[in-house]
Design a protein around this ligand. Sequence first.
Ligand code: HXC
Ligand code: NAP
Length: 285
Amino acid sequence: MEGMLKPGTFKGKTILITGGGTGLGRSMGKYLMELGANLVITSRKKEVIDKTAAELKELTGGRILSVPCDVRKYEEIEHLLNISEQEFGQIDGVLNNAAGNFISPTERLSHRAFDIIVDIVLRGTYYMTLAMGKRWIAKNHPGTFLNIVTTYAWTGSGYVVPSACGKAGVLALTRSLAVEWGKYKIRCNAIAPGPFPTEGAWSRLMPGDLASKFDPAKRIPLHRVGDHQELANLAAYLLSDFSGYVTGEVITIDGGEWLRNGGEFSHLEELPNEMWDQLEKSRAK
Ligand code: HXC
Ligand code: NAP
């Protein structure tokens, strides 16, 4: 899978990625650096982001700063933004990617378990958005937010209810601020990925032999999971000036998964051809 955008697309631009040390955040960050971006990555685990920063610097030769920050703590976000602006002068785009999730029947959850997920996903995103947005508005600096949600932000989903609530809130934030802050030249968009294998998601959402019992590829019209570069291409486009007239949008990248699973008759793909032959003969005239 190849990169899509022109080399140098992000030259002179600085992008901040929450949860940028692992998984999809790391993959999107690597591609942005390949396109010339200065990168700031953050998460709670200093050793993880420091290691990723060293690797991406080595791989791309670009500039990268790793700053630990828990996105649930507003003062830590302010500190992160201060250090980032000292290093790079300004931030041009924020990729709200940090999340927490696990599967569980909802009635088994403690209220603290519910809190922890909603706090990382929703509170973390609105804290980061508010802190960055105030700075962009005060400096009259255009900026772009890109928020990673999921397709169950609008369908809902059992067994991941705190995550569904959090992501639905993030989608509402995306659309609301796209309208309210358009006058400040601040764009807000979201991406809703289907399954893209990562250690973080797979270990929590498909623990044990769940992955073999419920192979996600089988539920997807394109019969495969996503490739990280496919997501990175879309993220880079939405963060770049090439998408300058796109705001308030959520783009799904899931191989057709959510539509298939909402379609009344989608399960008929399981019927063999012989059965279709029989049905054709016996169909009502
Ligand atoms: C039920 C659980 C639980 C589980 C923790 N808790 N894990 N409850 N099932 N599997 C409960 C605990 O009992 C506790 O409640 C409360 O949650 C806090 O747990 P801690 O372990 O103290 O929290 P912490 O160490 O801060 O870890 C946070 C975490 C962890 C969210 C639980 O998984 C994490 O750090 N996740 C970050 C990365 C991540 O989740 N990535 C996956 C994103 S994938 P009590 O009441 O006992 O105190 C994703 C994909 C979406 O979002 C769509 C896919 C298609
Ligand atoms: P991941 O590697 O576990 O990424 C989650 C990141 O969030 C981690 O780097 C984690 O780092 C960080 N994080 C968690 N809590 C934080 C906090 N309080 N403050 C700051 N950072 C925090 O999983 P992933 O699969 O790449 O997920 C990335 C994004 O894609 C998430 O928004 C997820 O919901 C979304 N998504 C993933 C899939 C998929 O199939 N993988 C599908 C749909 C949507 P620390 O633990 O160091 O804090």
